[in-house]
Design a protein around this ligand. Sequence first.
Ligand SMILES: Cc1ncc(COP(=O)(O)O)c(C=O)c1O
Length: 399
Amino acid sequence: MTFFSETKQLPPDSLLQLITEFRNDPSPDKIDLGVGVYQDEHGKTPIFEAVELAQRRLQTDEDSKTYLGPLGWPGFADEVRKLVLGEVLEEKLAGRFAVLPTPGGSGALKSAGTLVQRLNPSAKIRLPDPTWANHKPIFLSCDLETVTYAYYDNEATSLDREKMYADLAAAQSGDIIVVHGNCHNPTGEDLSAEDWKFLTDLALEKGIVPFIDIAYQGLGQGFHEDMAHVRSLLESVPEAILCYSFSKNMGLYRERVGAALVMTENADMAERVQSNLNEIARRTYSMPPSYGAALAWYLLSDPDLNASWRKELEQLRKRVVSLRAQVTDALSSEFGDNRFQYITAQNGMFSRLPLTPEQINRFKTESSIYMAGDGRVNMCGFTPAKIARFTENMSSVLK
Ligand SMILES: Cc1ncc(COP(=O)(O)O)c(C=O)c1O
């Protein structure tokens, strides 16, 4: 027996496997609705023009590759806090924040989860059902217990509100409630103003900590609109945790740019939390990658690059909104009813189709139309021609 001889073979990630199956499918008409990234009408995930300009600026400006420490690229952490808070709250709340730049939003979730475990090892992490597939594994890797709360009714294609409120009300002081800031992944169904108010009241009454995962700012209702509920909550509660990802809204996926932000009751607590976050970084990856954070910093702090980025992001958002409307229209005229209206009403790239695993498999094997195993489809996978073929298939599978 050798050291590695007993290593178990783990199953491949189901979405990565889907990508491979799609790649190997020889059909010229194949449609990929399974991907988790933004794609343009040619199936390409483009580099933002503002990012290209920032790359050139960085090439000239950067004169060393020496270590930068746990906060990484100078000024990035402050810019992220300002972005999250917006001008008005920045003045009121900045002093209560600790910010840790991280390798992507995933790194933020891991660092924040580690902090939670350090402060309250028996905290229950309450996750929406369903949620992004990596939430549970990341929190489990922090030695935390996860439980779910009802979120989405797949048959009704809407929030399971009554059950959600009952499940959330069961949370105990010191528990963590994870919510998606906007563009819920995988359903596209977001919390309403009333739901955010319910969460705020719960935090105030019971001492639970809201944990907000923001991965799609600017891809839902609009750049500021997407943060409105988050900001109202921050204004009212004493403490909160936020994880931010720039993968989607700056297209910086592989550069791994994100941040964990912790709002405490006062500046003294924020300083102590900051020292813990810095130490958590030190003992895992030591310090964050700076290349992507520097690019994000240019886009956030330079007025011209900021305007260019926001304009391009808005074009991406509008394309997604338009695809939602086109898919809804096509399905509505095919089925002659309003059952797919929810697709237009939801936010971001993803929606879930109310299909059984067998039906999802039929799409793949009979028509080379690929979607995630839970029926999640990415709107960016559609073009007008693909919508027509998809609609025909929906008809033959569902009617
Ligand atoms: C809800 C949610 N949170 C976090 C992330 C993490 O993104 P990344 O680690 O690539 O920045 C994603 C990515 O798909 C996501 O959908």
